[in-house]
Design a protein around this ligand. Structure first.
Ligand SMILES: Cc1ncc(COP(=O)(O)O)c(C=O)c1O
Length: 279
């Protein structure tokens, strides 16, 4: 696998970051995951805008502007052996003597890698996945796509330990998102989306789903969603750039609605697939 590190391309086994990198010592950095279909990045402008927001959120000067990111990512995609890519990029505050305070004059570390993009199959979509609820005990800036993911790691493991795929996070009795995804509910044919605020990552897929619902006149409410509404939902979905729209068909061991992928999820996935083909 060819990766990019600070201006150079190299095999992943040769990529090295100094131990004093603030990403390694302090989790001081931000990242993006961009899905690439047939060598075309999907919603690149939106991903780059979110990267800029993440950089601003941690007061890190973005080392590249959108035009230079676009050129670099385009070049990088062309160097991979596979056409559908899960493109990961990360920027840290660079290498400096360990100190919490921002270093003077450190160069950001820029790293990029790509793995084959494996989206859910039709069978996986139909069956959906099990999830568990968990208490959202993360910080108050979940809108920043920070590489400091320890809380998300622990919350995701709650699901894995229970034999489930995702943790549905509740904060003060309300839905925020998943440990590594956004969560939607459907009740009586209406799509319910949690408010896009600092307590969740503004998912590019989340935005796309809302855009598609509005464009195609699907009933949609963007508002606070209570735990009771999550538990009484006809459908629950998780969304992310790699999972796209994936039904959650069991929650805490109980079936969600019919226990299979629901009709609104099916409609939304079809709209999403069409958009992917003609973005
Ligand atoms: C915590 C969290 N929320 C939401 C998402 C979904 O974001 P996107 O749709 O941009 O992939 C992710 C992505 O992996 C995530 O880690």
């Amino acid at each position: 696998m060819t990766v990019y590190l600070n201006g150079e391309y190299m095999p992943i086994g040769e990529a090295r970051v100094p131990v004093l990198d603030r990403g390694f010592l302090l989790g001081d950095g931000v990242y993006e995951v961009i899905p690439v279909y047939a060598r075309k990045p999907f919603r690149m402008a939106q991903h780059l805008a979110r990267l800029q927001n993440s950089c601003d959120g941690i007061r890190l000067a973005n080392p590249l502007d959108a035009a230079r990111w676009t050129a670099l990512i385009g070049d990088f995609i062309g160097r991979q052996d596979f056409a559908d890519q899960n493109l990961y990029l990360q920027v840290t505050r660079g290498v400096a003597k360990r100190d919490h305070a921002f270093p003077q004059g450190a160069q950001p570390t820029v790293f990029m890698m790509a793995n084959p993009l494996v989206t859910p199959t039709a069978e996986q979509f139909d069956a959906g996945v099990p999830a568990v609820t968990a208490n959202d005990n993360r910080w108050q800036r979940c809108d920043i796509k920070s590489i400091a993911l320890l809380a998300n790691v622990l919350l995701r493991q709650v699901a894995v330990d229970a034999g489930a795929t995702e943790s549905v996070l509740l904060r003060d009795g309300y839905l925020t998102e998943g440990a590594a995804s956004n969560i939607f509910a459907v009740k009586g044919g209406t799509i319910l989306a949690p408010l896009r605020n600092h307590l969740m990552l503004p998912g590019i897929t989340y935005d796309t789903v809302i855009e598609l619902a509005r464009a195609h006149g699907l009933p949609l409410e963007v508002r606070e969603i209570s735990e009771a509404e999550v538990r009484a939902a006809d459908e629950l979905w998780l969304t992310s750039s790699t999972k796209e729209i994936l039904p959650i068909t069991r929650l805490d061991g109980r079936p969600v609605g019919s226990g299979k992928a629901g009709p609104v999820a099916r409609r939304m996935l079809a709209l999403y697939q069409t958009l992917k083909e003609t973005p």
